[in-house]
Design a protein around this ligand. Structure first.
Ligand SMILES: Cc1cc2nc3c(=O)[nH]c(=O)nc-3n(C[C@H](O)[C@H](O)[C@H](O)COP(=O)(O)OP(=O)(O)OC[C@H]3O[C@@H](n4cnc5c(N)ncnc54)[C@H](O)[C@@H]3O)c2cc1C
Length: 376
């Protein structure tokens, strides 16, 4: 690669890097180079995501990031001229203890303050919303109709295509290995950049070490499996989350996708799928949705969450020309549109439509982490 120069270099062409690139280009800043060590856009964690999109969080900033993002997901096909199906069928969270129901009620109060139409349900209400759920031990639930799920690849392709059309340069097979004054050193050359954005997903912490910035993002394996078609279920069903066990289920090609964040998974770059996952998690899914007893598992896969100590992203300036947009802790797909908009405004030196100062990198050193209870 011949040496290049640009105004903004973005490291990572996942859904976050491509969204930032598009939002910069849309605002007239196209002197942007996106570098990715992979062979195409969206081949990192973005390719492994379950595609859940929800505003039902407990922290103000997560709710607002989702609100901004959901608007863009809804407008995406018209605005970008690409096909992107957003199954806006809601997220249904199920409580089997009074304590969990209390938490849902407290979260609903916060969410309603942000203008969300949240429905608190008793056990009969859960059954009415989701007749396929076993409810004999259910205390209640909570539902938000504007949540849902989508295919992350559609959005990455849209951002990538539209950013390229506006002149953004994408370089694949280019691993960023370090930094010299004013330039990034890659596997095959140098890219001089006034500003550098780290959007390297689960690799952001490791990359930060090479670039001289401490970024507290660690990789943690997460797994999902999909089943063969399940004709007994209506499709699409809402994203159905059994809060007690942490199992989540949504429709996928007439079958279902089942996922669960196993809390004892150690940090590390292990992306090997483990068939024991199906054995451990399928019984929990069948227990909540009994018709799944007749479902045949088809494929299991693993990918990496990019986890920060408080499960919120780090966004903004990191000093010395460096910027960060990473650490989404399993919510990077759903927060990508807002991240693109907000980072573009910040990089252009403007006031973003949402105050993201609480997501600054220094919050951990300052002892000001953010609390989020709705993590699965
Ligand atoms: C099983 C699973 C289920 C998930 N479900 C959901 C969900 O339902 N909803 C949701 O919102 N999120 C979900 N996530 C999380 C989501 O996938 C991530 O938050 C999101 O994809 C992060 O996007 P990204 O662009 O930051 O990272 P990535 O997609 O990983 O992109 C980062 C890119 O950086 C590149 N890169 C890394 N290091 C370098 C380097 N040194 N030089 C050049 N390039 C580099 C990589 O090649 C990669 O392409 C899930 C994740 C997993 C694993």
């Amino acid at each position: 690669m011949p040496d290049l120069s640009c105004d903004v270099a973005i490291i990572g062409a996942g859904i976050i890097g491509t969204s930032i690139a598009w939002h910069l280009a849309k605002r007239g800043l196209s002197d942007v180079v996106v570098l990715d060590k992979g062979e195409a856009a969206g081949t990192g964690s973005t390719a492994k995501a379950a595609g859940g999109i929800r505003a039902q969080f407990s922290s103000d900033i997560n709710i607002e990031l989702s609100r901004l993002s959901i608007g863009e997901f809804e407008r995406f096909p018209q605005e970008m001229g690409v096909e992107a199906v957003f199954n806006q069928v809601g997220y249904l969270w199920i409580a089997t203890t009074a304590e969990h129901m209390k938490l849902f009620e407290a979260n609903a109060t916060v969410q309603r303050r942000h203008g969300l139409s949240i429905e608190l349900l008793d056990a009969a209400g859960v059954k009415a919303r989701a007749p396929y759920v076993r409810t004999d031990d259910v205390v209640g639930g909570v539902f938000h109709a504007k949540d849902g799920y989508a295919s992350p690849a559609d959005y990455v392709m849209g951002y990538h295509k539209k950013a390229r059309e506006k002149g953004v340069r994408f370089l694949f097979g280019e691993e960023v290995r370090g930094r010299e004054p004013g330039a990034l050193v890659t596997s095959s050359g140098r890219v001089a950049a006034k500003r550098v954005v780290v959007a390297a997903g689960a690799y952001s912490g490791k990359l930060g070490e090479r670039l001289g910035v401490e970024i507290p993002v660690v990789p943690v394996r997460r797994q999902c499996f999909v089943t063969e078609p399940v004709e007994e279920l209506p499709h699409p069903i809402p994203m159905t989350v059994d809060y007690g066990t942490g199992v989540y289920i949504h429709s996928e090609s007439r079958g279902v996708l089942v996922g669960k964040a196993e809390k004892d998974e150690p940090a590390g770059f292990n992306e090997a799928a483990d068939y024991g996952f199906v054995e451990r998690v399928a019984p929990l899914a069948m227990d909540r949705v009994p018709v799944l007893e007749r479902a045949q598992p088809k494929t299991v896969w693993a990918g990496l969450y990019e986890v920060t100590p408080d499960h919120h992203p780090v966004l903004g300036e990191a000093g010395d020309g460096m910027w960060v947009a990473c650490g989404f802790s399993g919510h990077g797909v759903m927060h990508a549109p807002a991240t693109g908009m907000l980072m573009a405004e910040l990089l252009l030196g403007r006031k973003p439509p949402l105050d993201v100062s609480s997501l600054r990198l220094t919050r951990f050193r300052e002892g000001k982490p953010i609390v989020e209870t709705n993590v699965i």
